[in-house]
Write a protein that binds this ligand. Sequence first.
Ligand SMILES: C[S@@+](CC[C@H](N)C(=O)[O-])C[C@H]1O[C@@H](n2cnc3c(N)ncnc32)[C@H](O)[C@@H]1O
Length: 216
Amino acid sequence: MVLLYNDDCTDILRHMEDNSLDIILTDPPYGIEYLSNHYKDGNPFSEIIGDDEFPAYLIPEFKRIAKKAVFVFCRWDNLIETEGLEKPKSFIVWVKNNWGMGDLQHEFGRMWEGILFYPCEEHEFEKRLPDAIHCDRVPASQLVHPTQKPVPLLEQLIRNNSKPGDTVLDPFMGSGSTGVACVRSGRNFIGIEIDETYFDTAEKEIKKAQNQLSLL
Ligand SMILES: C[S@@+](CC[C@H](N)C(=O)[O-])C[C@H]1O[C@@H](n2cnc3c(N)ncnc32)[C@H](O)[C@@H]1O
């Protein structure tokens, strides 16, 4: 089952029942990646809605809805915004194969991103992973979203913390990478994306993954 909403997730989350799905795995807006000088010929992507605020206030809502686990991508400088909230059980580090730009004069090259991990009442590892995961980023030539996360990374988190047939929600789905990971791993997927262009991209990417699967 795949269910996609082109909407503001804050409205939809409010109407979801307690413990109504298994995993929330999401990558909310949390920086100014889209504005980076990464692109030689100008940035081909539209601005990310809400990129000026990390929505830490939604974490208690995610925990209310998920039965097994909540994973939220962030950067180290978003941690201050989680002060006063429940402490995550792990801070997973996704180590990339190359560095990002950032401030070339006064900042070390950024080579990793963080993932806050909150186990919920029914959490059980299928397989326990270390808290540093090495995975190549999506090559620039293949990007369909400016902050696209690699499907193999998402697939590892899903496969090792849920069972086939479980349901995963990504309320900030961007290009639908979490949905593609769910299709490949046999999990149900609910995705929400506010931006119509990125919503259309996600729909296409998930459909492509479903078609590839049916050809196997
Ligand atoms: C960091 S990106 C996610 C990228 C995604 N992980 C991928 O691999 O393509 C965050 C996405 O959340 C969307 N967004 C921002 N505010 C939102 C909201 N209130 N409800 C739903 N989506 C939202 C943005 O349009 C953006 O595409």
